[in-house]
Ligand binder design. Structure first.
Ligand code: COA
Length: 195
């Protein structure tokens, strides 16, 4: 067998940076679209929600700081390191956030993160958005393995993972420091061919 070394990248560099971040339709008249400066207030509101603070370890003090974060999301797309979308109705401000952190095009993996504001919870929005973005990441971007981690105490997030088809692979003991101490984390994953 001929050994090819170094291994070629799973996804060639440039596949994100050379294209615009797409707008993707969701059921219920919602869409996934890039964050805009006008969404800054939504980030501040989210960071005041106790559940989002607790589970997303997320804090933004001011609208100015939120605008800087939104600018950084666009930089991270161009650097092919992150891909973060707003969940919104067309023409309206963001009601949630979902996207990929720790994108590794060379190795073919990324980790999903998400939250929605309290008024948008309970209707299956995040499950639909997770399914849509997972299809995008596997079929359009070409990643091989998608990770989803959540605290074992976050039952809602565990249910989102299960409903979106992510297999529970195990528990990462005392893995992430939260405001109330170290939490064990569930590791779920979705692989090429799972869907
Ligand atoms: C986790 C979160 C994104 C889920 O969004 P959501 O809109 O509430 O989820 P859905 O309505 O799609 O519900 C998903 C499932 O979780 C279940 N669920 C919701 N809250 C739950 C809870 N506290 N305990 C157990 N299951 C729960 C729902 O019943 C549903 O399952 P079902 O369809 O079988 O009934 C949302 O609650 C949130 O933003 N929470 C705060 C931040 C957060 O936890 N982020 C994730 C960090 S890993």
């Amino acid at each position: 067998m001929t050994t090819v070394w170094p291994l070629p990248p799973v996804v060639p560099a440039g596949r994100m940076a050379d294209s615009e971040q797409p707008v993707l339709d969701l059921p219920g008249g919602l869409e996934l679209r890039p964050w805009q400066p006008a969404d800054a207030e939504s980030l501040v509101t989210a960071s005041q929600d106790p559940d989002i603070r607790q589970w997303n370890l997320f804090s933004v003090g001011t609208v100015e700081e939120a605008r800087v974060r939104i600018g950084r999301m666009h930089e991270r797309w161009r650097a092919e390191q992150g891909a973060i979308w707003a969940i919104a109705r067309p023409g309206e401000v963001a009601i949630g956030l979902i996207g990929w952190n720790e994108i590794d095009l060379q190795g073919g993996s990324a980790e999903i993160l998400y939250w929605v504001l309290p008024a948008a919870r309970g209707g299956g929005v995040v499950v639909a958005a997770t399914e849509r973005l997972s299809r995008w990441a596997l079929d359009e971007l070409g990643l091989h393995r998608l990770r989803l981690r959540h605290s074992v105490a976050n039952a809602a997030s565990c249910r989102v993972a299960e409903k979106a088809g992510y297999t529970l692979e195990g528990t990462l003991r005392s893995s992430l420091l939260h405001a109330d101490g170290w939490h064990d984390m569930h590791l779920h994953a979705l692989l090429q061919g799972d869907l």
